[in-house]
Design a protein around this ligand. Structure first.
Ligand SMILES: Cc1cc2nc3c(=O)[nH]c(=O)nc-3n(C[C@H](O)[C@H](O)[C@H](O)COP(=O)(O)OP(=O)(O)OC[C@H]3O[C@@H](n4cnc5c(N)ncnc54)[C@H](O)[C@@H]3O)c2cc1C
Length: 454
């Protein structure tokens, strides 16, 4: 041992699987990637460290899907929309009645969503391996190809040999292990805060709505939260609730407040986030019971298994999507999706402020294929929260509908690369776009009409 380090003995590990495509991470980007890779003919394995799929939407109880529309039309279609509709259809009748025609801010019933994802993966022939962490990659001699990944789980350590990898960890874990350049947070390393989301049962929505009507407070409880902060019932920080998502009249998902200074790529920070987050959720529950009519009997039934993480690494890809691209609503020749969600950057400390930048209703910008392609590696795609963009655009691109769309493109592209026995950059972009359109995606009016015209 020297300098606080040890050298581990060289170890032989078994090859536990051989597949065409490995998807690491089962959040919105990973589930869409795995389904589309399998649907397009690839033998696909999806590896997830938890015992279920859903990523932030189930692990961290993020309570609602961000909009699938640009306020005029549905722009996120394809697998993501299908999965959300399946979740709605599997929910209780009162949920279905209320949200049947809703496409924006649809509340998540996490137990239903977990089962819907399990079933959808199975139906498309995706192999699932839960409770498994990917902690290393093996690269080819020239360093440009991932030959397989090293996993650890209760069975032990093993190697998964694969031809293509989709890094849907949200943190670009695999890309970082493969030596891809990335940036974490802002210029000073500042990161958006984490939030511990949770669910309150035994609440009375109708009474709550009457309270809003009588007091003129907003749905985000601006007045009530400000009063509670002034009276010391809540800590300093954002002076409103980010969101309440009513699963039904007596159960609500809550996204409220922040845990600052958490780097989601560090176990020590995630540990602090878990402990501080649960404390905050308990304090906020007391606030709800004491200050908010309809919540007098609120019962905290679940908090996230992990504090919700908005931002860690962003890979350096073949293209870096910028705030200017967003503001100008640019279209690219290699678009694989479109995004209309606003730039939503949360304060990095309790004295900071929020940044919101909206596109006009009906406007969206293109998401080029190149943002999924990490520089220097030929058989890897990074869809989701860690795709290649500047920090401002990450504050918009990171939401679940976009992650579904990027995941669908990555999975489809991986299966197509296999078909031509080539790299991620050998995929014909027009053919990829055509395949995405055929499989339900929406890439903008130009592409939609091209598809209609054959
Ligand atoms: C508090 C909060 C509120 C939000 N609000 C909304 C909202 O209202 N609506 C919305 O649409 N979006 C919202 N978002 C954003 C959105 O939830 C995430 O950005 C999105 O889920 C990212 O999807 P992803 O697939 O890239 O990653 P994730 O959802 O983070 O999924 C990554 C998955 O990979 C797994 N994983 C990671 N590393 C490894 C590894 N090495 N080995 C094995 N498995 C691994 C993780 O367990 C996880 O399941 C919010 C986020 C937060 C934190």
């Amino acid at each position: 041992m020297s300098n606080g380090q040890i050298t581990l003995p060289e170890q032989k590990v078994p090859v536990s699987r051989e597949v065409d495509v490995v998807v690491v991470g089962g959040g919105a980007s990973g589930i869409a990637a795995a389904i589309s890779a399998a649907k397009n003919g690839a033998k696909t394995l999806l590896i997830e460290q938890r015992g279920f799929l859903g990523g932030m939407g189930t692990v961290s109880l993020v309570p609602a899907f961000c909009p699938f529309t640009d306020k005029r039309k549905t722009i996120i279609r394809g697998i993501g929309l299908e999965l959300m509709e399946r979740m709605k259809a599997a929910c209780n009748p009162d949920y279905r009645r209320e949200y049947e025609h809703t496409l924006d801010w649809v509340p998540i019933d996490p137990e239903v969503l977990k089962r819907v994802y399990d079933d959808a993966a199975a139906e498309h022939g995706v192999s699932l391996l839960y409770h498994t962490f990917v902690y290393d990659v093996v690269l080819s001699e020239n360093g440009r190809t991932i030959e397989g990944i090293v996993i650890v789980n209760k069975t032990g350590r093993s190697f998964v040999r694969c031809r293509y990898v989709i890094d849907a960890t949200g943190d670009a874990d695999i890309a970082a292990l493969a030596g891809v350049s990335f940036q974490k947070g802002g210029e000073q390393g500042e990161l958006q805060p984490g939030s511990m989301c949770y669910m309150l049962a035994n609440v009375d929505r109708q009474r709550f709505l009457r309270f809003l009507e009588e007091t003129g407070d907003t749905g985000q409880l601006h007045k009530t939260v400000e009063r509670a902060i002034a009276e010391g019932a809540l800590p300093e920080g954002r002076k409103s609730i980010s969101g309440l998502a009513w699963v039904n009249d007596y159960l609500v998902g809550v996204n409220f407040g922040h845990v600052f200074g958490i780097d989601g790529t560090k176990a020590e920070d995630l540990t602090r986030g878990a402990i501080e987050g649960r404390k905050l959720a308990e304090r906020q529950t007391k606030f709800f019971r004491d200050y908010v009519p309809g919540f007098e009997q609120a019962h905290l039934i679940a908090s996230g298994e992990q504090v919700g993480i908005r931002e860690t690494r962003r890979i350096r890809g073949d293209y870096v999507l910028t705030a200017e691209d967003f503001m100008e609503a640019r279209t690219f020749p290699d678009d694989i999706a479109r995004n209309a969600y606003y730039i939503d950057i949360h304060l990095a400390n309790s004295k900071g402020s929020m940044t919101f930048t909206h596109l006009a209703p009906g406007q969206s910008h293109g998401v080029p294929y190149r943002v999924l392609l990490p520089e220097g590696v030929d058989n890897l795609w990074v869809p989701g929260r860690a795709a290649s963009s500047d920090r401002a655009v990450q504050g918009s691109l990171r939401v679940m509908p976009n992650c579904f769309a990027m995941g669908q493109a990555a999975g489809t592209a991986a299966a197509m690369a296999m078909g031509v026995n080539g790299s991620s950059r050998d995929v014909s972009v027009p053919e990829l776009q055509q395949r995405l359109l055929e499989q339900g995606a929406w890439l903008g009016d130009n592409y939609a009409s091209a598809a209609a015209g054959g």
